[in-house]
Design a protein around this ligand. Structure first.
Ligand code: PXP
Length: 240
């Protein structure tokens, strides 16, 4: 069964809009777990625009399922990750001016920095994944650097429709097969919604999906536990 990691960053976004103490992402993690989340995902950004250090430390103590920390290849954040030791880290590119993570990590262009971060994190026993576009050379280099898993960026699939969308899905299928052949774990995420999840949940060899914005948006109207349960049902329906 494909696992669902629920990204709760945007619960913290609402809190930070007022720089107050509610809504608390710690509550969100508990409700997501009650709804059937297999993992909780948070992105500790350099600018701390949503998730704060306090959140990460508390989540590490309270989350019962796997905690997945999305983070940039940045020495300060690598040090925090090594201290907190979440079950999993997903290395992502990060730009201060972006609204959300825009593309996959460029491992080819940042080989040394990625290699150092992967080494330090793996030394602590953390499962390390890279967030990549479906590009063969990037995937091959990730394998060379000892990475455990690849989260394929589904943003282009999510932003298109019809034939164009199918072209992007085929690229994900091919890269997914390649990742599987290289014996790395296949994850996918970004821009996935209740409407477009089906063809991605059924990708061959898929182990884990990470979904945030769409679930937190629906939670405003139906509650987080129900929003997570609904997404789980969609995933189960397409993978049965
Ligand atoms: N996976 C990664 C690596 C991400 O950076 C994000 C966004 O934080 C997500 C998944 C979730 O994307 P969305 O919020 O669009 O579901």
């Amino acid at each position: 069964m494909v696992k669902l990691g629920v990204n709760i960053d945007h619960v913290a976004t609402v809190r930070q809009a007022r720089m107050t103490n509610e809504p608390d992402p710690i509550w969100a993690a508990a409700l997501a777990e009650l709804g059937g989340a297999d993992g909780i995902t948070v992105h500790l950004r350099e600018d701390r625009r949503h998730i704060l250090d306090r959140d990460l430390h508390l989540l590490a103590k309270t989350v019962a399922v796997d905690l997945n920390l999305e983070m940039a290849v940045h020495p300060e954040i690598v040090e925090i990750a090594c201290q907190v030791q979440p079950a999993q880290v997903t290395l992502v590119p990060e730009k201060r001016e972006e609204v959300t993570t825009e593309g996959g990590l460029d491992v080819l262009g940042n080989r040394q920095a990625v290699e150092n971060a992967v080494g330090e994190l793996k030394e602590k026993g953390i499962f390390v994944a890279l967030f990549l576009d479906p590009v063969r050379e990037q995937i091959d280099l990730a394998k060379e650097l000892g990475v455990d898993g690849i989260e394929l960026h589904t943003g282009k699939y999510a932003l298109t429709e019809g034939k164009a969308q199918e072209v992007h899905r085929q690229a994900l299928v091919q890269s997914g097969n390649h990742i599987h052949e290289l014996e790395m774990r296949l994850h996918a995420g970004h821009g996935l919604t209740y409407r477009n999840i089906g063809p991605i949940a059924s990708l061959p060899h898929l182990f884990e999906l990470n979904i945030g914005h769409s679930i937190v948006s629906r939670a405003l109207f139906v509650g987080l536990k129900e929003a997570v349960a609904e997404m789980k049902r969609k995933i189960v329906q397409t993978t049965r």
